[in-house]
Ligand binder design. Structure first.
Ligand code: ATP
Length: 220
């Protein structure tokens, strides 16, 4: 399928299980768009995440919820390729695909929450990610970017590649840019347990996603 042409300017890429998508995700994407000067943000729901247990909702449901959650933001788009591939999702493969499709010049910025960034050394060919994209890292409650606590190979990459948002448009890939968002201690895990306990999910995720969860009786 062809996604709308994202035009010029850095393109944000935001992968996740999105099981379900919530305001922590949406606020991260919106803050990144604004703070990093991104032309657009492409959300990429994972198919079969390689590093974790199978999601609570199917790929089709997670994709549908991501579409509902982003429908009112013209700067956001959804990439269904990982869900449609129906095999393990590896970010490096997605970046290779997008780089081939978008050409060598376009700055690509992979957006990660701090917990995901700290786990980067477990990702397949993680050091090659920097050949294809910049990485921008958002704070997340409960996690710290203190270099003393980072795995040494990650601390080394951070020291070598650390940059500010202003540098992202100069090169297509290779920098690490921390940025700050309003801290939101919302997680999909917590949302799934609240749903399983029959508790309210209001104000944790957008109303159309709430309606979708209740219509399809997800997570109950
Ligand atoms: P789960 O609780 O099921 O692990 P999650 O809420 O962490 O899910 P994911 O889909 O695993 O959500 O996360 C996708 C990306 O969004 C990751 O990079 C993660 O760090 C980031 N993220 C999720 N929630 C937040 C949040 N509240 N603040 C900052 N980043 C977040």
């Amino acid at each position: 399928m062809t996604l709308p042409d994202a035009g010029g300017g850095p393109l944000g890429l935001f992968g996740g299980t999105f099981d379900p998508i919530h305001y922590g995700h949406l606020r991260l994407a919106e803050t990144a768009r604004e703070a990093l000067g991104l032309a657009r943000v492409r959300l990429i729901p994972a198919g079969q995440p390689p590093h974790r247990a199978a999601p609570g909702a199917s790929g089709a449901h997670r994709l549908a919820m991501a579409r509902l959650a982003t429908a009112d933001n013209p700067a956001f788009e959804i990439d269904p390729a990982e869900v449609e591939a129906q095999q393990a999702s590896f970010t490096i493969l997605t970046l290779e695909r997008l780089r081939a499709a978008l050409g060598p010049e376009r700055p690509l910025v992979l957006l990660l929450g701090l917990d995901a960034f700290l786990g980067l050394p477990a990702w397949r060919r993680w050091e090659a990610l920097f050949d294809f994209a910049h990485i921008a890292v958002a704070n997340r409650p409960g996690y710290s970017l203190d270099s003393a606590a980072l795995p040494p190979p990650l601390a080394a990459q951070l020291a070598a590649r650390h940059a500010t948002a202003a540098g992202l448009g100069d090169t297509p890939a290779g920098r690490i840019v921390p940025f700050s968002m309003t801290p939101l201690a919302i997680s999909a895990t917590d949302i799934r347990s609240r749903a399983a306990a029959g508790h309210s999910l209001r104000y944790l995720l957008p109303p159309p996603v709430l309606d979708y969860i209740s219509l399809h009786q997800l997570y109950s």
